[in-house]
Design a protein around this ligand. Structure first.
Ligand SMILES: Cc1cc2nc3c(=O)[nH]c(=O)nc-3n(C[C@H](O)[C@H](O)[C@H](O)COP(=O)(O)OP(=O)(O)OC[C@H]3O[C@@H](n4cnc5c(N)ncnc54)[C@H](O)[C@@H]3O)c2cc1C
Length: 433
């Protein structure tokens, strides 16, 4: 077979559309792929396999409205049960794919059942990073990824008085806000010298620090938890840090990031490097297998082609759409503008592009108190815009990046600078209000 034919085989990138698509992982990306395949007119078999018992659901509310009690399970579900029959999507929930036989193009379930495929899509997501320290098995220690985790945390929170959160990332801080709103004492321990260090500019992070501080969240920076200790009944009493501090808490939430679920890919010989490696078409090193969502790492035009792995709803949805279009015979390489949001207390953070790493950041305040955007530049180029309580700025920034519009540091420093006008000037003419 010629190299070009090999690439086309089972990939949907030529006229020969696959007839049997098997999707592993029924989360945000997997469900979106099933939906988008039908929207694209794909007429073949679609099987969606997920190891969780729930109907496919969205995770973002788990650390926000669902945890607070303002949303229930019905608000989480991405589609009702009837959707699957109506759209001829075979949903196998509570089932795990144990391995892939690439030569025979078969996925093998944990039950030993064999599912043949023409094209396989890995949408296996990520799992919480574990802390390899003493005491994580104590009662009252939680992590948050699934609906079941959220239910357990919610019950724990109801009975708790003082919460210690390990890690000042998005999920830890969202939970900190919810816990404060529920009247709990909260202290966050972060190894770095500021909050959200991996993903946010120092400028925006310090504004969030002030906001959380004013709402009563306590912080310990530059220190890490080395041990959890408990009572004789096995209940957590608090954490001990590297610097020797003891911080009391009757509930501990560990939020130290995730690791991608790559084992199926790695065990079957696909390339893996902090995620399942895919090309711009989201194909793995096997042309009959794609990978999307949190589990995959793709060459990003927002990082000069370097491979990046995103953990966001936007990425899961847009990658699924891109693969669906290809499998339906209309290839559409993945090049979406990355964006992300986080709700913390009354503040809404929205990021367009990639704000880290950056060399220069410039803050522009909005018309109302608490509204601002931070513009991050790297090599003199605008790479990310972090908007706080400013959805219109966020939409404008997405439009600007989508149209490959360029803003210089001088532009943003100019007293008459207006982001929406700049986006309108470079965009497709649609208004951003
Ligand atoms: C608490 C929380 C809050 C979040 N908040 C935000 C937010 O505000 N904004 C935002 O943009 N993003 C947010 N995210 C991230 C977002 O939810 C993820 O990026 C998104 O869910 C990724 O979708 P996915 O389909 O790739 O992975 P997932 O949604 O994790 O789905 C993967 C599924 O595959 C299953 N699976 C894995 N291996 C197998 C196997 N071998 N067989 C069968 N099934 C398997 C997993 O159990 C899981 O159900 C949040 C995440 C969490 C946990």
């Amino acid at each position: 077979m010629l190299e070009k034919d090999k690439k086309a085989a089972g990939s949907g990138s030529s006229g020969s559309s696959p007839q049997k698509v098997v999707i592993v992982g029924a989360g945000q990306a997997g469900l979106q792929l099933a939906m988008s395949l039908r929207e694209e007119g794909f007429a073949g078999n679609v099987t969606l396999i997920g190891d969780e018992a729930d109907l496919p659901y969205q995770r973002p509310p788990l650390s926000k409205a669902y945890l607070k009690g303002d949303a229930g399970i019905d608000n989480l579900r991405l589609r009702p049960e009837a959707f699957f029959d109506q759209n001829r999507v075979t949903l196998r929930r509570g089932e795990r794919v144990a391995r892939i036989e690439r030569a025979a193009r078969r996925a093998i379930l944990a039950s030993a059942e064999t599912l043949p495929y023409d094209h396989l899509v890995l949408a296996t997501g990520a799992r919480n990073r574990r802390l390899d320290i003493e005491g994580t098995e104590l009662k009252g220690v939680f992590q948050l990824r699934s609906r079941l985790d959220a239910d357990a945390l919610k019950d724990g929170l109801a009975a708790a008085r003082r919460l210690v959160i390990v890690g000042a990332g998005f999920i830890g801080l969202e939970c900190a806000s919810v816990a404060r709103a529920l009247g709990k004492e909260v202290i966050v321990v972060e190894a770095a010298d500021r909050l959200m260090p991996r993903t946010l500019s120092a400028e925006t992070a310090s504004a969030f620090l002030r906001m959380h501080g004013e709402s009563g969240v306590g912080f310990v920076f530059g220190d890490s938890v080395t041990r959890l200790h408990g009572d004789t009944g096995g209940r957590v009493l608090g954490v001990v840090t590297r610097n020797g501090s003891e911080i009391a808490g009757d509930l501990v939430l560990i939020g130290v990031g995730v690791v991608p679920n790559v084992e199926l890919a790695a065990d079957s010989g696909l390339e893996v490097a902090n995620g399942i490696v895919v090309d711009a078409d989201l194909l793995t090193t096997d042309p009959a297998i794609s990978a999307i969502g949190d589990c995959s790492t793709h060459p990003s035009r927002f990082a000069d082609g370097a491979k990046l792995r995103f953990e966001s709803v936007q990425n899961a949805i847009d990658q699924a759409r891109s693969v669906a279009a290809r499998l339906a015979g209309r290839p559409k390489p993945y090049a979406s503008v990355p964006w992300f949001w986080s709700d913390q207390g009354k503040w809404k953070l929205q990021i367009a592009g990639l704000s880290t790493p950056y060399e220069t950041s410039l803050r522009r305040d909005g018309a109302r108190e608490g509204q601002f955007s931070v513009f991050c530049f790297s090599g003199g180029k605008l790479t990310g815009v972090e908007s706080v309580n400013s959805p219109a700025d966020h939409m404008a920034a997405r439009k600007l990046f989508g149209a490959a519009g360029a803003l210089t540091i001088d532009d943003v420093e100019n007293a008459s600078f207006n982001l929406r006008a700049a986006a309108f000037a470079t965009g497709d003419g649609a208004r951003c209000n």
